[in-house]
Design a protein around this ligand. Structure first.
Ligand code: BGC
Length: 742
């Protein structure tokens, strides 16, 4: 924050207060001179500033002030590197201040529930820890530069289909374990200036008027102190939204909603204190307003975008050391994306890039390169002729690099994909080239995963670039030539078939509802739990060097927490970066757990032959599940394996620890089952003792078998049958004892 708020804005007339709580136009709040409040501009985000020029009353996706397009979240997710996210956030902050934007709308930390989501390119991962750590780092960077952030879209906004109407029907445990933790981490660790509510409904209630989400969870549990802003046009009932905890409606609606707020206060339906509360929060955003700075160094930021992009691409396959390209090799570059790069996604995040690098030009600096486009981005033209031309070049080359991927028309904000396939012309091109070329490398550009089936086994190497921002073309060339070492790891599983993906049967829903029926088994959590094969697992990624891990030690500390230490060694001949992935696996407790879950990670840089020790602290939350009966995080007593993985399916080492866990003393009722009564830590032993005393000799041995048979019977029924053995007063007494013990 750069300024302080001059006077108490709640003393303003009601009309002005209501007006302050909605945009004066598409991108800014109204200034209130009487309270010394300047207008606050809020604009996209998340991977570059999109400050619209000209008439502010309409959404112009094209016309915006030139800014650096940094690697979008899909790439940053693959970097597994919070420093990358933080540096991007900081650079965006610098540009925003130069452009006169106090609040930039990002980052997006929604979970990639399905690879089909059209907006996956704006999100980090299918894993909430990875998304949360990167999102928090981005906010730290951006706000450290004095520019407010807006973590979005809160919550359960995991598809574009019917995004403004659909109800995401998600059970409590799944919300807590999968869809909320990334937001929770960003809020608790980085206190973003704003949280942007989602368009969709959550369990039937619009996110914009969801009291439990916007107030009970966000503020009362997580301690959020900033302003909740609506996604653009997400407010359905302005008064209900205000009461639920939404502070700022964007954009404005020409005063219609403000009039409703005034009317609601005047008629006594809405407490003015609710308005005042939001007024204070929105007024506080003025603290981010400052004089525009003196521009930014576009060259330096372009260099930064390029440097960071090299850490984001994922080398999926590299048979026979096809990469890096050797000096002096004759290289055929094939594919329109080599000269017309796809480096960002479509929609509100679209940045007017200051410049764009293409891989073709960059590769020509180091190699003698022949180029053929191979296909057109819109599918027009003579596909066979384009392919034949490319095949002709491939035949004479030492290595052919095919730049394949999805065009902007194939995926974007606003709609979801219906399949994972590359365009047929590209698949045919890859196969035809691979059939004649001495070596074939495929470079992919796409906002989310695409299927590798039908061509993967024909090629020698695959480099997944996703969308790398404006420096991506040079970054890809740096990786292909070995000037940089690939260090990205998959932040989302690449499945064999769309039908294998956990949400397949329930995406994008029907008749206004999308049921999150896979529960917590999202992404790799389900693939590893049911042992379903994938093309490449979450966490996978190769490097030009090799790493080993050793000396793993796991110690329990304090209240069900643990420390983890291990040594990482670069065993190869060149410098590189390794991502250490720490998973926790347990079957303890009363709920089905994913076979393993990512609980910590770090990315280390090591010179050839160098070793380092890395240490992690796993807090009790790393071992906990969300208990829907207790409405709380619970650690199950018992064994928990701490595993080091190269990916979610490749565990290289593990240690098992025994945790004391939480003794959950549940309330007992007559509807509780017999098993729950007998297993109850307080009532159980007393009940058993009293029960056995009335039974014939030897009944004790029968206990286990009997319990299995009648365990699920409600106590009410059991007591009726064995009325004499368990008197009603005794049950009352035990229920009271159980209550007291809670
Ligand atoms: C998007 C937001 C974006 C806003 C403003 C909405 O359509 O969902 O992510 O920040 O527009 O452009």
């Amino acid at each position: 924050m750069t300024a302080t708020i001059p006077s108490d804005p709640t003393a303003l007339p009601l009309e002005q207060k209501a007006a302050l709580l909605s945009g004066q136009d598409f991108w800014s709040t109204p200034p209130v001179e009487a309270a010394g409040l300047p207008s606050v501009v809020l604009t996209d985000g998340p991977h570059g500033v999109r400050r619209q020029v000209g008439d502010l009353d309409q959404i112009g996706l094209i016309e915006s002030v030139p800014a650096t397009c940094f690697p979008p979240a899909v790439a940053v997710g693959s970097s597994w590197d919070p420093e990358t996210a933080e540096r991007i956030g900081a650079a965006i902050g610098v540009e925003a201040r130069a452009i006169g934007v106090p609040v930039v709308l990002g980052p997006g930390v929604n979970i990639k529930r399905s690879p089909l989501c059209g907006r996956n390119f704006e999100y980090y991962s299918e894993d909430p820890l990875l998304a949360g750590v990167l999102g928090a780092a981005h906010v730290r960077g951006q706000q450290g530069a004095g520019v407010g952030a807006s973590v979005k879209h809160f919550a359960a906004n995991n598809q574009e289909t019917q995004r403004m109407q659909v109800s995401a029907d998600v059970d409590e445990r799944t919300l807590r374990e999968i869809y909320l933790p990334a937001f929770e981490r960003v809020v608790t660790e980085a206190q973003p200036a704003t949280v942007m509510c989602a368009y969709n409904k959550v369990n039937g209630v619009y996110a914009s008027q969801h009291h439990w989400l916007l107030t009970e969870v966000l503020r009362e549990e997580w301690g959020f102190t900033g302003a909740v802003v609506s996604d653009w046009g997400a407010v359905d009932d302005r008064v209900a939204a205000l009461e639920a905890g939404l502070d700022l409606q964007m954009p404005g609606d020409h005063g219609a909603g403000n009039a409703l707020v005034v009317e609601a206060v005047r008629s006594g339906r809405l407490d003015e204190a609710v308005v005042d509360r939001s007024v204070r929060r929105v007024a506080a955003l003025a603290g981010y307003v400052g004089e525009p700075t003196d521009g930014f160094d576009a060259d330096a930021h372009h260099a930064l975008a390029r440097e960071l992009a090299t850490g984001c691409a994922v080398l999926l396959k590299n048979d026979g050391g096809a990469l890096p390209l050797a000096a002096g090799q004759r290289v055929a570059v094939v594919g329109e994306f080599a000269r017309t790069p796809r480096f960002q996604g479509g929609g509100s995040s679209h940045v007017n890039a200051t410049r764009v690098d293409d891989a073709l030009t960059a590769l020509q600096v180091t190699h003698s390169v022949d180029f053929a486009p191979g296909f057109t981005l819109d599918g027009s033209g003579d596909a066979a002729a384009l392919r034949d031309e490319a095949v002709g070049l491939a035949r004479d080359a030492d290595v052919t690099v095919v730049f394949a991927g999805l065009a902007e028309g194939d995926e974007s904000e606003g709609f979801d994909r219906t399949h994972l396939d590359l365009p047929v012309a590209q698949v045919e091109l890859i196969r035809a080239v691979a059939a004649v070329s001495a070596r074939t490398v495929v470079v992919l550009s796409s906002g989310s995963v695409v299927s590798l089936e039908g061509w993967h086994d024909d090629v020698d190497a695959v480099l997944a670039g996703f969308l790398l921002g404006q420096g991506g073309g040079s970054a890809l060339a740096d990786l292909l030539t070995g000037a940089a070492d690939p260090s990205g790891r998959l932040a989302e599983t690449i499945p064999l078939r769309l039908a294998d993906t956990p949400s397949f049967l329930d995406f994008p829903g029907e008749q206004g509802h999308v049921r999150y029926a896979e529960g917590v088994m999202v992404g790799y959590r389900q693939f590893v739990t049911v042992d379903r094969p994938v093309r490449y697992p979450f966490g996978h990624g190769l490097s030009y060097t090799t790493f080993t891990t050793s000396d793993l030690e796991v110690r329990t500390v304090g209240d069900d927490a643990a420390t983890v230490t291990l040594t990482v060694t670069n065993t190869g001949a060149r410098a590189g970066r390794h991502v250490v992935q720490v998973y926790v696996a347990t079957t303890a407790g009363p709920v089905r757990r994913p076979a393993r879950e990512l609980r910590a990670f770090t990315k280390v840089s090591l010179a050839a032959g160098e070793s380092t020790t890395v240490a992690f602290e796993l807090d009790r939350r790393a071992f906990a599940y969300w208990d829907v009966r207790e409405h709380a995080w619970v650690v199950a007593p018992g064994e928990h394996a701490v595993q080091i993985g190269r990916s979610a399916t490749d565990v290289v080492d593990e240690r098992t620890i025994d945790l004391t866990g939480d003794v959950v003393v549940r309330e007992l009722t007559l509807q509780s089952s017999v098993a729950e009564w007998f297993e109850h830590p307080v009532a159980g032993p007393q009940l058993l003792e009293g029960f056995l005393a009335t039974m014939p000799e030897g009944a004790g041995e029968m206990h286990a078998g009997m319990l299995q048979m009648i365990g699920s019977m409600p106590m009410r029924r059991f007591a009726a049958d064995f009325g004499g053995a368990i008197p009603a007063e005794e049950l009352e007494r035990l229920m009271a004892a159980a209550r007291v013990a809670r």
